[in-house]
Ligand binder design. Sequence first.
Ligand code: GTP
Ligand code: MG
Length: 238
Amino acid sequence: MDENTVAVGKDIDLETVILQNVDLVENIGAFKEVAEQFQQLMMMYSCAIREVRTKLEVLNDEFQVQRSHNPISYIKYRVKKPGSILEKLKRRGYPVTLQSVEENLHDVAGIRVICSYVQDIYMVADMLTSQNDITLLEVKDYIANPKPNGYRSLHLVVQIPVFFSDGCKLLKVEVQIRTIAMDFWASLEHQLKYKTEGDVPDSIAAELKDCSDVIANTDQRMQNIYNTLKKDRPEKEN
Ligand code: GTP
Ligand code: MG
């Protein structure tokens, strides 16, 4: 070992290190406490997702048995990553505290429901939000009013009570409901935006908007086909 090599492990005098870094050691204690509280809040959001998912799965199962139709193709979900939570609080100028996360962010818990047909989207939204324990806080209908870039989806923010050992907690969950076709467009558009760091050339943006319109038209035609077949063979639905 040459003289420039720093000895690690057994040769370090811990007392000296701690005394020289008292502030740091105290900060680590505070950090640990905040980290534990943060972890607990994320666990709660994850449970809120589970509650809403169960409600959606129950509705889907019931429809399958009663009407031989699954309005929901599949469900994706996620709890927002700590880095994204921090970034969003800062970007929007909100305090960086746990209370602020609960008050100001409504998409920490996110569920994406992918439906077969456009009418299924509104049916699922109505059946979910009419349940007694669900409070509807916000609706953004980007299907009736698509974003200028062509994004289509129905966004709901709901609040749901979740029961823990020491009581009930009201938690917000963002539910995005869209068709398979809308999801296909949104996923690829998101990837392309990410690839170009949000700087999509005008000609490409127009092309993407056009693809979205074609997709919306196809969704409508598929809905018409479904409705026509259902009218001709109503016995299949009962
Ligand atoms: P952010 O959550 O910061 O985006 O703001 P917001 O909550 O006001 O936005 P909004 O409800 O309009 O959208 C929230 C989410 O919808 C985003 O996080 C995306 O998942 C999705 N979204 C919205 N606009 C677009 C879009 O143009 N393209 C794609 N691919 N997804 C979108
Ligand atoms: Mg959002």
